[in-house]
Design a protein around this ligand. Structure first.
Ligand code: PEP
Ligand code: MN
Length: 337
C-alpha cells in the first residue's frame, strides 16, 4: 500500500500515519519529495483499513498494491489447484461435466436423467433438493427426500453428486448425502454460509453472484478458504446486463480473467447463463474454448413438464449431441473430456 500525503501535511501528520501502521506490525518506508511525502507500507497491507487511513489528517489518497484476496490468488499459489472427486480432477487437463435436472422431482426422473447423462459422458450428477426460487410460491424443492434420491442415483450410476446448500443449518444434512456443495448465485455473499461450508472438507462449487464482480467472487472464495477448506471450484453462471433476450449474459471474459487471477478451477453454467436450451450448446463450446475446467448443465427427460427451469433444460439426446461437439472443441484446445 502506498499512502500519499497532502502537499501541506505536517511532520506530525506523517508521524501519526507511521505510528498507526507500526502498531499493526507493518513497516514503513518514507519518501520525502519536494512537494509531498509518500509512505510505502511493507508487509501484508490487507489488515490495514484503507478507508480509515484515507480519513487521517494530512492523507491525500491511499493506493493498494496487493490484491485483496490472498489464498485464492495466483500470486501466492502459481500452479493450478486440482480438486479431485471420485477420480475426476477439476483443474486438470480433463474438462469435468456435471449434468442433471434443475430440481429433483422424483426417483424415476433423476434415475432416467442420471443414466442418460452418464451414457453421454458426464462425470457428475447435478440436482437441487433445496431450491432458491425467486417466488416463495414456486416449488421449493423436495428437501431431504430429494437428497436421498440423489444418493440412490449415485449408488446406481456411480456418478457423484453436486447439490445446493442454502443455509448454514443445512450444511451437516447435505454433507451426509452430497459429494460437492453448491453455493448458488443468490448466496454468493451469504458470509455465514461461506464460513459454514469453509469448515467442512467437501469440495464447494461457488457460483458467481448474478450482480457480483469477479473480485467479489474471489473474496467469497477467500471466505471459504480462510476457514480451512481450499477445495473451491468457481462457477461463471451469467450476470445481469441490459440485454433481455437471454436470461443472463454469459461473461465469457470471466474465464480467462479468473485463470489469470486465481489458481482455483473455473467452470461455466451455460444453462442459467443463457436461459434457453437452444443456446446451451454454443455457450458450452465457447466456455471450453475459453479455457473452462468444467461445465454444469441442466438436463431433463421431459423439459415441458419440469417444475423449474424447463426452458433451459436439454433433453437427454440433445445433451449427448452437445457432448460430441464439446469433445471436439476440447480436443482442439488440448483438453480431454
Ligand atoms: C441451479 O443451479 O439450479 C441454480 C439455482 O443456479 P443459480 O444459483 O446459478 O441460479
Ligand atoms: Mn436451475
Amino acid at each position: 500500500m502506498i499512502i500519499i500525503m497532502n502537499m501541506n501535511a505536517t511532520d506530525s501528520d506523517v508521524d501519526a500515519v507511521v505510528t498507526r501502521v507500526d502498531k499493526l506490525g507493518l513497516r514503513t518506508h518514507l519518501s520525502r519529495g519536494e512537494e509531498r511525502t509518500i509512505i510505502g507500507v511493507i508487509g501484508d497491507e490487507r489488515q490495514l483499513d484503507k478507508g480509515a487511513i484515507s480519513r487521517m489528517h494530512g492523507v491525500d489518497r491511499v493506493v493498494p498494491v496487493l490484491r485483496p484476496f490472498k489464498l485464492a490468488s495466483r500470486d501466492f499459489h502459481p500452479e493450478d489447484s486440482k480438486i479431485a472427486i471420485n477420480g475426476h480432477e477439476f483443474g486438470s487437463e480433463k474438462v469435468i461435466v456435471m449434468a442433471g435436472p434443475c430440481s429433483v422431482e422424483s426417483m424415476e426422473q433423476v434415475l432416467e436423467t442420471a443414466y442418460a447423462v452418464k451414457e453421454a459422458g458426464a462425470h457428475m450428477l447435478r440436482g437441487g433438493a433445496f431450491k432458491p426460487r425467486t417466488s416463495p410460491y414456486s416449488f421449493q424443492g423436495m428437501g431431504e427426500e430429494g437428497l436421498k434420491i440423489l444418493a440412490k442415483a449415485r449408488e446406481a450410476t456411480g456418478l457423484y453428486v453436486v447439490t445446493e446448500v442454502m443455509a448454514p443449518d443445512q450444511v451437516d444434512l447435505i454433507c451426509e448425502y452430497a459429494d460437492m456443495l453448491q453455493i448458488g448465485t443468490r448466496n454468493m455473499q451469504n458470509y455465514a454460509l461461506l464460513n459454514a461450508v469453509g469448515k467442512t472438507n467437501k469440495p464447494v462449487l461457488l457460483k458467481r453472484g448474478m450482480m457480483s464482480t469477479i473480485e467479489e467472487l474471489l473474496m467469497s472464495a477467500e471466505y471459504i478458504m480462510s476457514n480451512g477448506n481450499h477445495k473451491v471450484v468457481l462457477c461463471e453462471r451469467g450476470i445481469r446486463t441490459f440485454e433481455k433476450y437471454t436470461r443472463n449474459t454469459l461473461d465469457i471474459n470471466a474465464v480467462p480473467v479468473l485463470k489469470e487471477l486465481t489458481h482455483l478451477p473455473v467452470v461455466v453454467d451455460p444453462s442459467h447463463a443463457t436461459g434457453k436450451w437452444t443456446l446451451v450448446k454454443a455457450a458450452s463450446k465457447a466456455a471450453v474454448a475459453a479455457g473452462a475446467d468444467g461445465l454444469i448443465i441442466e438436463v431433463h427427460p421431459n423439459p415441458a413438464e419440469a417444475v423449474s427451469d424447463g426452458e433451459q433444460s436439454l433433453k437427454p439426446h440433445r445433451f449427448a449431441e452437445l457432448m460430441t461437439e464439446v469433445r471436439a472443441v476440447a480436443q482442439a484446445v488440448g483438453r480431454t473430456i
